[in-house]
Design a protein around this ligand. Structure first.
Ligand code: ADP
Ligand code: MG
Length: 396
C-alpha cells in the first residue's frame, strides 16, 4: 500500500483527503467525536508538510440532495477546535464555493467540502457518474490521501474513483487499520482465537466461513449463539433465533470438528422473560432454556471458560458483543471477554461498531488493546477475507 511519503514534497500542493467524519449528532451537537480525533494524525502531518488540505467527508444519508440537517458545519467547528486552527467549510461539494474556498487556502491550511453525499453521483452504481464527480474532485486537488477507514469497503467517488485520477496514498489511520487487521487475520501468531457475537448469525456468515479455515479457537456468543444451540438440538425459548440459518450452522459445526477447530459455545445463559433493562435475570444451563424465557447474555461458567481460552491465545480478533451490554444486567459476558483481551499477553484486535462502543461504555482503557478498529463494515469485510475496493486501488 502506498504511503503519504510516496507523494513526495507536499509544500504548496493541494491534497484531497477522504476522512470518515460520520459522527453521531443529537440536536445538531456531536455526541462522540472519536472519528474526528482518529483523523487528526494524518491532517496534522499534512499541515506540517505545508500542504493545502481539502477534506472530503459525508454525514448521514442525505440521499443525493442538499439537506441542511446533514451539513458538515458542526464537524468543521469541532475539527477547528481539536486541531487549533481555522477550518473553512465550503458551501457546496464541487461548485463555485468549493473552488473559491480551495483557491483561498494558504500553505498548511484546511478546508472541508460540504457533505459529499449531497451529490447523488458520489454513491452511484453507474461507473461513469462516479467518474464524472471524481473528475470534479480532481480539479480541486493535486494528490489524494485515503484516510476514511469506515468507507474503504465502498466503491464511491471520493474513496475509489478519485484515487485513479491523481497520485494517491493511504493515510496514517487507514495504514494502521489495515496493518493491524492483516496481522490478526493473514498470519496470526498461534493459538489464534476469534470471538464472534452480536445480534445475527446472518450478518456474519462470511466471517465464520473464512475464519473457520484460519482460527484455532472460535468462540460464539451474543444473539447468534442461539442459532448454534438450536443447531445442536437444544430448545432456545424466546431467544433470538434464525431458523433459516440452522442448516448452515450445522455445516459450520461439522466443519469445525473436521478441521480440529475448538468451537466454544456458551454452556450457560443469562435469561429473562422479556427484552428489558429491569427484566428479572436468572442463569440456566445452555440445554435447559425455559420456553417462556430469552437468553440475553452468556452465563458465569461460560464467561470463565471463554476467558480462560482467550487469555491463553496469542492472537485474538473480536467482533460482536456477548450479550445485550446496553443493559447493565446483561453486560457481564461482554465485560469478561473485554477483560480477557485487555489482560492477556496477546495481539488483540476489536472490530465492529457496537463492540468498540461496548468497550468504551464499560470503561476499559483503549490502550490495553492492540487495536480497536474505527470501521464496522470495513473491518468485518477484512475478517471475511474480502478485497476492499478503496484499499486495492492504493496497491495497484
Ligand atoms: P457489532 O456492531 O460489534 O458488529 P452487532 O451489530 O452484530 O455488533 O450486534 C450488536 C447488538 O447485538 C447489540 O446491540 C446487542 O444488544 C445485541 N445482542 C447481543 N446479544 C444479544 C442477545 N442475546 N439477544 C439479543 N440481542 C443481542
Ligand atoms: Mg452493529
Amino acid at each position: 500500500m502506498r504511503t503519504i511519503d510516496s507523494l513526495g514534497d507536499l509544500r504548496g500542493k493541494r491534497v484531497l483527503v477522504r476522512s470518515d467524519f460520520n459522527v453521531p449528532l443529537k440536536d445538531g451537537v456531536i455526541t462522540d467525536d472519536g472519528r474526528i480525533r482518529a483523523a487528526l494524525p494524518t491532517l496534522t502531518r499534512l499541515v506540517e508538510a505545508g500542504a493545502k488540505v481539502v477534506i472530503m467527508a459525508h454525514l448521514g444519508r442525505p440521499k443525493g440532495k442538499v439537506d441542511p440537517a446533514f451539513s458538515l458545519a458542526p464537524v468543521a467547528a469541532r475539527l477547528g477546535e481539536l486541531i487549533d486552527a481555522p477550518v473553512t467549510l465550503a458551501g457546496d461539494v464541487v461548485g463555485e464555493s468549493a473552488h473559491a474556498t480551495v483557491a483561498g487556502l494558504n500553505d498548511g491550511e484546511i478546508a472541508l467540502l460540504e457533505n459529499v453525499r449531497y451529490d447523488a453521483r458520489e454513491t452511484s452504481k453507474v461507473d461513469e457518474e462516479r467518474a464524472e464527480l471524481a473528475a470534479a474532485y480532481a480539479e480541486l486537488g493535486d494528490a489524494f490521501v485515503s484516510d476514511g477507514f469506515g468507507v474503504v469497503h465502498r466503491k464511491q467517488a471520493s474513496v475509489y474513483d478519485i484515487a485513479k485520477l491523481v497520485p494517491s496514498a493511504a493515510g496514517l489511520l487507514v495504514f494502521k487499520e489495515i496493518e493491524s487487521l492483516r496481522k490478526a487475520t493473514d498470519n496470526p501468531e498461534r493459538p489464534y482465537g476469534v470471538v464472534l457475537g452480536g445480534s445475527k448469525v446472518s450478518d456474519k456468515l462470511g466471517v465464520i466461513a473464512n475464519l473457520l479455515k484460519k482460527a484455532d479457537r472460535l468462540f460464539i456468543g451474543g444473539g447468534m449463539a442461539f442459532t448454534f444451540l438450536a443447531a445442536k438440538g437444544y430448545s432456545v425459548g424466546k431467544s433470538l433465533l434464525e431458523e433459516d440459518q440452522i442448516e448452515t450452522v450445522k455445516g459450520y459445526i461439522a466443519e469445525a470438528a473436521e478441521r480440529g477447530v475448538d468451537l466454544v459455545l456458551p454452556i450457560d445463559v443469562v435469561v429473562a422473560p422479556e427484552f428489558a433493562a429491569d427484566a428479572p435475570a436468572t442463569v440456566v444451563d445452555a440445554d435447559a432454556i425455559p420456553a417462556d424465557q430469552m437468553g440475553l447474555d452468556i452465563g458465569p461458567r461460560s464467561r470463565a471458560l471463554f476467558a480462560e481460552k482467550i487469555t491463553s491465545a496469542k492472537t485474538v480478533a473480536w467482533n460482536g458483543p456477548m450479550g445485550v451490554f446496553e443493559f447493565p444486567a446483561f453486560a457481564e459476558g461482554t465485560k469478561a471477554v473485554a477483560r480477557a483481551l485487555s489482560e492477556g499477553d496477546m495481539f488483540s484486535v476489536i472490530g465492529g461498531g457496537d463492540s468498540a462502543a461496548a468497550v468504551r461504555l464499560l470503561g476499559f482503557d483503549e490502550k490495553t488493546f492492540s487495536h480497536i478498529s474505527t470501521g464496522g463494515g470495513a473491518s468485518l469485510e477484512l475478517l471475511e477475507g474480502k478485497t476492499l475496493p478503496g484499499i486495492a486501488v492504493l496497491e495497484d
